[in-house]
Design a protein around this ligand. Sequence first.
Ligand SMILES: *[C@@H]1O[C@H](CO)[C@@H](O)[C@H](O)[C@H]1NC(C)=O
Ligand SMILES: *[C@@H]1O[C@H](CO)[C@@H](O)[C@H](O)[C@H]1NC(C)=O
Length: 248
Amino acid sequence: MHSYLLFLCVAGFFIEYGFTRLTPDFIHPCPVDDRACLIQSTKDAIPYFTKGIPELGVPSMDPFYIERLSIPLSGLKISFFNGKVTGFRKAVIDNVESNFAKRKFVLEFHSNVTLKGGYDATGRILTFPINGEGDAKIKITNLKMKVMMNLDMMSDDKGVKHLFVKNYKYNFGYGDKVQYNLTNLVKGSPELSRTLLQFLNENWKLVSEEFGKPVVDYATELALRTIEKFFLAVPYEELIEGPVPSFK
Ligand SMILES: *[C@@H]1O[C@H](CO)[C@@H](O)[C@H](O)[C@H]1NC(C)=O
Ligand SMILES: *[C@@H]1O[C@H](CO)[C@@H](O)[C@H](O)[C@H]1NC(C)=O
């Protein structure tokens, strides 16, 4: 009887004081600023993290869904809807670096990415008139990204400290190839649509430069918000192994 009570007390203590780890098992904490560990740990986490962590309110990033994304460009108005983006779970991590004292964090990866969904477009692409509506499939081979984040710390209403993304910037490259498959680019003219599509693919670099950035901006913003949800769900101390340096 006595030991049962003791057990209850101990269990109560652990629950009360939050010793239960909130972070899922696939997140392997690293000693602060340990680059090799951060790279390995990120590699380990990516396939699981990108699926989403519903119990922590972290949405899926592979696939991730674009309900509607309108891109107003000079001379072209294009919208994607019911879009589904896949590929990030197989991202190859090239580098992860942190400088905890300066609150800086860098992530570099490359990945094949596919966007599928509906689209409509009116205007011009590289001087060609377009008035289309149909299915879009855009495949990027080896999209390269480098994201630089400034992190900071905040306390939640229970006084538990969390990291948050203060701001970020990123560089990216379209990698080896972008393949476009958009049906019905010129309404009612399959022939012209085919010719135009072929032209887009022959000039994929120019085309991507013209309307790729808003799509990547959107995806990056969404990914960063997802990381932020994760940070808000878990105390930052669970992400670091060993002594945690003061972070003001
Ligand atoms: C992307 O696809 C290409 C061609 O299928 C393949 O060679 C490459 O390894 C893939 N890259 C990644 C990051 O999976
Ligand atoms: C493009 O997509 C259409 C249907 O969405 C499909 O029938 C066609 O085979 C695709 N073309 C290529 C080159 O993938």
